[in-house]
Design a protein around this ligand. Structure first.
Ligand SMILES: Cc1cc2nc3c(=O)[nH]c(=O)nc-3n(C[C@H](O)[C@H](O)[C@H](O)COP(=O)(O)O)c2cc1C
Length: 172
């Protein structure tokens, strides 16, 4: 089974999760940033990781998702919001919508990832009525995000992908 793990990562969070997932598939699984990934057509199973940008996959990951056809595809992502939030579920759904109908979604994983401190500095200067203004609730979320992905996230990603791999091998 030839597996491609292609990820998009601006500050390294998604890359860390990608490396943890590669360990599940073994060293024969190819790990690439989306911008230099080979054609997914050469693989039996495709895993795509992205960072959440405005409630969906970041642009580079979107472009890569659109190139996949007739494959089982699993998605993973990191985001600033809580992983059990509606926003997290919607972000995965919005990303999956970039996949052609000929593909089959084999599973998903999402966890928090620290937000670029420069972005938080910008939020600090926003007026109180702005959607990103720094409220105590948002600050708590950003402080929590700053601890992720942690070793528990990486283990959770591996558990989810162990199961996705098992299901896929059974279905072949
Ligand atoms: C420009 C920008 C937009 C973002 N938009 C969102 C968003 O809509 N929702 C969210 O939960 N996190 C958002 N984030 C946070 C990132 O998704 C999160 O920090 C992610 O872990 C970054 O991953 P990376 O280190 O792989 O680049 C945004 C971050 C940036 C820089």
């Amino acid at each position: 089974m030839k597996t491609l793990i292609a990820y998009s990562s601006l500050t390294g969070n998604t890359r860390k999760v990608a490396a943890a997932i590669q360990a599940v598939f073994g060293p024969a699984a190819d790990l690439y940033p989306v911008e230099s990934a080979p054609s997914p057509a050469e693989y039996d199973f495709v895993v795509v990781g992205f960072w959440v940008d405005k409630g969906t996959a970041d642009k580079k990951a979107q472009d890569f998702l659109k190139t996949i056809a007739n494959k089982p595809v699993a998605l993973f992502a990191t985001l600033g919001a809580y992983p059990d939030s509606e926003h997290a579920a919607d972000s995965l759904k919005n990303a999956a919508a970039f996949l052609a109908g000929s593909n089959r979604l084999a599973g998903t994983f999402i966890c928090q990832g620290k937000i670029d401190p420069r972005l938080i500095e910008q939020f600090k200067n926003m007026p109180a009525n702005h959607p990103h203004a720094l409220t105590p609730e948002r600050l708590a979320r950003y402080e929590e995000a700053a601890k992720h992905p942690d070793s528990a996230d990486l283990q959770a990603a591996q558990a989810v992908f162990t199961d996705i791999k098992r299901q896929w091998m059974k279905a072949r």
